[in-house]
Design a protein around this ligand. Sequence first.
Ligand code: SF4
Length: 103
Amino acid sequence: MSDKMRIKLDRTLCDGFGICAKHAPEYFSLDDWGYAVLVGDGNIPEQDRDAVMRALLDCPVHAIMEINAHGPGEAPPPPPPTNEDPAEQLKVEDNEAEWGFTR
Ligand code: SF4
């Protein structure tokens, strides 16, 4: 994989099982109540990806999420610009046969 791994932690979901801190203690610590705290900015270097992915997959409440270029938390890329006039796409009586209007 060439994409950089980036994660985020939703602390509102965390139930404090501590599995993440066990698998990847460099990236997850536990606060005084046992709830997870993300250590660092969420960017995961290649060499730590497996440990963090294991923490992500083992979290029983799915509080750890991977953020990809097209994944949750980030907007998808805008559609490519077209030179077509949107008015040409309208379904009107003139192109009724093309669109298969039913009345
Ligand atoms: S594994 Fe999930 S529920 Fe457990 S401490 Fe980590 S984030 Fe919280």
